[in-house]
Design a protein around this ligand. Structure first.
Ligand SMILES: Cc1cc2nc3c(=O)[nH]c(=O)nc-3n(C[C@H](O)[C@H](O)[C@H](O)COP(=O)(O)OP(=O)(O)OC[C@H]3O[C@@H](n4cnc5c(N)ncnc54)[C@H](O)[C@@H]3O)c2cc1C
Length: 397
């Protein structure tokens, strides 16, 4: 039995050899056919703002967080962004590169879903199926399913768990894989929400909501230079989502509001050129006006540039390059794009994704302790880990 459902799942079925591989898919999903139903591949459907950032041409293991930073290398090397791209091109799906190697559909993520369902056409694909109890009798996995409200038992030599993480419970995330790993004695590393907006309990950024600017965001020794978005609840946008995966509760984040600029040098130059103008005026030329105004209470905004001594200029520059904030928390699994942590890589073969201690049991996709940056890396991991497991199972048929 293959047990894929979300995105890794649809990609895992091996080529048919003997017998028909069974694909079990998530609750609320439609049946395989040309036109995707509402439920199938739900995360693909909403991904990339509806256009699915389906891979990243710059994929390397460096773009993934894991207790073992080398674990992803084998699967990623054997199923590359070009491999998935070949499928996309072969299906005539138009795409474009946005930034930093990120590939998106020109039209709609639904094209990717239709492609995946089409590729699974030859398999005995079961959608609208809930996975219940799982047992192993020494040679076979016995999986209790609920299909169209009726109990069904399936016996299989191979069980591929692709039930994702805990992110977005409203979309069907259950954390089922972790419980299953635990049941079979496999370690699970601590899980937490990743690629998730920050919250500030005091609502201090609500007046700036909707405003965005490029920043360099740093936490825990890692930094990302991308756009930041102020929200009613706190901070979001690619830079914040990226750094959230490195941030730990109670830590500060540091924002460079003028990345790539030497603020001290720029201020000194402005002082020479326009000493009569106020610091506040200079700030509104460097930053969005509303942000500049909100920073004014912390800076000598009404002071004329000519009156700023160089030590003061350095302090202002430091403030702009190292704006230090302590978030109250994150929006958590409710909106997180991924779940960090998961089934421990130490318990799995990096070549096949099979549990070392339990032949026939495979974990793929987001439920494994391999989490990518924002930008198509997580789907590439889903495809690559599914391919690793599927290839292995096909070779045994
Ligand atoms: C809003 C959003 C946007 C994203 N955009 C991108 C993007 O553009 N590019 C990118 O690379 N990544 C993106 N991601 C991340 C990406 O969607 C995931 O990394 C990827 O879907 C993981 O695939 P998966 O198959 O492992 O898990 P999932 O896609 O989560 O699939 C797991 C499936 O298992 C089902 N399931 C769980 N428990 C049970 C059970 N007991 N019985 C039956 N079924 C069960 C779930 O309902 C779900 O359908 C995004 C995520 C979100 C939330």
């Amino acid at each position: 039995m293959k047990a894929p459902d979300g995105d890794a799942g649809h990609h895992a079925h091996p080529r048919r050899r003997r017998g028909r591989p069974l694909l079990r898919c998530p609750r609320g999903a439609g049946h395989a056919g040309g036109r995707p139903r509402e439920g199938a591949c739900r995360k693909v459907r909403i991904s990339g703002g509806g256009r699915c950032n389906f891979t990243n041409l710059r994929t390397t293991a460096r773009a993934f967080l894991s207790e073992n930073p080398h674990f992803a290398k084998s699967a990623l090397a054997r199923y590359t962004p070009q491999d998935f791209l070949a499928l996309v091109e072969g299906h005539g799906i138009a795409y474009h590169e946005k930034t930093l190697g990120q590939l998106f559909c020109d039209s709609s993520a639904r094209e990717i879903i239709a492609m995946l369902l089409g590729l699974a056409r030859d398999a005995d694909l079961w959608l609208e199926t809930e996975v219940g109890a799982v047992a192993h009798d020494g040679t076979h996995y016995r999986v209790e399913l609920t299909r169209h409200g009726k109990p069904v038992t399936v016996l299989a030599r191979h069980l591929v768990v692709a039930t994702g993480g805990k992110s977005i419970p409203k979309m069907g995330a259950t954390g089922r894989a972790y419980a299953l790993a635990g049941q079979f004695g496999l370690p699970v590393t601590e899980t937490r929400a990743g690629l998730v907006p920050f919250t500030f309990a005091d609502g201090r950024f609500a007046p700036l909501s909707g405003l965005s600017l490029p920043v360099r965001a740093a936490a825990n020794g890692t930094a990302f230079e991308e756009a930041m978005l102020f929200t009613h609840r706190g901070l979001s946008g690619p830079a914040m989502l990226q750094i959230s995966s490195y941030w730990q509760e109670g830590q500060d984040i540091t924002l460079d509001l003028l990345p790539g600029t030497d603020a001290a040098q720029a201020l000194a130059e402005a002082k020479r050129q326009a000493g009569k103008s106020q610091l506040g005026t200079w700030l509104t030329r460097q930053l969005p006006k509303r942000l500049a105004e909100s920073l004014a209470p912390d800076l000598p905004a009404t002071t004329r540039l000519a009156e700023l001594a160089s030590a003061r200029i350095d302090a202002i520059a430091e403030h702009l390059h190292r704006w230090t904030l302590r978030p109250s928390g994150t929006e958590g699994y409710r909106t997180a794009e991924v779940t960090l942590g998961g089934v421990s890589t130490g318990a799995l073969s990096s070549r096949t994704m099979e549990a070392k201690a339990l032949p026939g049991l495979f974990f793929i996709g987001e439920c494994v302790d391999v989490t990518g940056w924002l930008g198509g890396y997580n789907f590439q991991w889903a495809w690559a880990s599914a391919h690793a497991a599927g290839t292995e199972i096909a070779s045994r048929a």
